[in-house]
Design a protein around this ligand. Structure first.
Ligand SMILES: [Zn+2]
Ligand SMILES: [Zn+2]
Length: 253
C-alpha cells in the first residue's frame, strides 16, 4: 500500500498546506479520500490522472473536504476526446445523496446525471469490500454525520483516516492496531475548538489505538506554534513513529 497526503491543511488558503485529500494506492488502483480545492491538480502531481479514479470516499461535506467534487465530475464529462463508460462510485456520510442533489440545483442536473454510470453509497458504521481492500467506517465527532475510514489490505496492512473529529471512542476503535493512523490535529491546547483535535488528544488516540505510525494533518495557519507543541507533547504520551504531514508526503507500507 502507498499513501500520499495530497493536502495537509484545512479550509484556510495556505501556500504550504493545501485543503484535505488523501490518496491510497494498492496494486496500482487509486482510492481518493476527500477532495478539497486543488486536489485534482495535486493528484496529477502525484502521478494519478483524474480519469483513473473509480472510487472516491468522503468523510463529510464541509467545503474544505469536498470543494473539488463538482469540478471532478465536470472534468470527467467534458474532457475532449474522453468518453467515460466505467462507473464512478462515490462513498459518503448519510446526507451525501442530498448534498449531491443540492449541488445539482446549483450547477445543473449533470452533477447527478453526468452521462456515465454514477453510484452513490451512504455510510455510517459499515464494513464492505472495494476492489481488494476491506473498508470500514465509524461516525466521527465533528459535523452531524462525519465518518472516518479504515482500509485493510489482503496482506494484513491497515490505514485509518479520521477526516475531521474531536476526541472519541469511535476513532480509537476504528484505528485499533493499524499500521498508519492519519489524524487531524487542528489547534493547540490553548486554542482548542470543539470538533477538532489538539496534539494531546491526538496522542491519546494514537496511544489507545496502538497504531504503528501517527501522521498528523489538517493544520490551520500559522502552524509554527502548533508544530512545536506537537513535537513536545506527543512523544510524552505516544511512543510510536510521529510524522507531521506536508503536501505530497508519501508513505509506503
Ligand atoms: Zn476540515
Ligand atoms: Zn469539517
Amino acid at each position: 500500500m502507498e499513501i500520499t497526503i495530497l493536502g495537509s491543511g484545512c479550509g484556510i488558503p495556505s501556500l504550504s498546506h493545501s485543503a484535505p485529500g488523501v490518496l491510497i494506492r494498492y496494486h496500482g488502483a487509486p482510492f481518493l479520500i476527500d477532495s478539497g480545492c486543488g486536489t485534482l491538480v495535486r493528484l496529477l502531481k502525484a502521478g494519478i490522472h483524474y480519469t483513473a479514479l473509480n472510487d472516491i470516499f468522503y468523510t463529510h461535506t464541509h467545503s474544505d473536504h469536498s470543494g473539488d467534487l463538482a469540478p471532478l465530475i465536470q472534468a470527467l464529462r467534458t474532457t475532449p476526446g474522453y468518453q467515460r463508460t466505467s462507473p464512478l462510485r462515490l462513498y459518503g456520510p448519510e446526507s451525501f445523496a442530498d448534498f449531491l442533489r443540492c449541488l445539482s440545483q446549483a450547477y445543473g442536473a449533470w452533477i447527478t446525471d453526468p452521462g456515465f454510470p454514477f453510484i452513490i453509497r451512504e455510510l455510517k458504521q459499515d464494513l464492505f469490500k472495494v476492489g481488494e481492500l476491506q473498508v470500514s467506517t465509524r461516525a466521527m465527532l465533528h459535523s452531524n454525520d462525519a465518518i472516518g475510514y479504515r482500509f485493510d489490505s489482503p496482506d494484513g496492512r491497515a490505514v485509518v483516516y479520521s477526516g475531521d473529529t474531536d476526541y472519541s471512542s469511535e476513532i480509537i476503535e476504528l484505528a485499533q492496531s493499524c499500521d498508519v493512523l492519519i489524524l487531524e490535529c487542528s489547534f493547540g491546547e490553548t486554542d482548542k475548538i470543539s470538533g477538532h483535535l489538539t496534539p494531546r488528544e491526538a496522542a491519546e488516540i494514537a496511544y489507545q489505538s496502538n497504531c504503528q505510525k501517527l501522521v498528523l494533518t489538517h493544520f490551520y495557519p500559522p502552524q509554527d506554534k502548533l508544530f512545536l507543541e506537537i513535537r513536545s507533547v506527543i512523544p510524552q504520551i505516544y511512543l510510536g513513529e510521529l510524522i507531521i504531514a506536508h503536501d505530497g508526503l508519501r508513505i509506503f507500507l
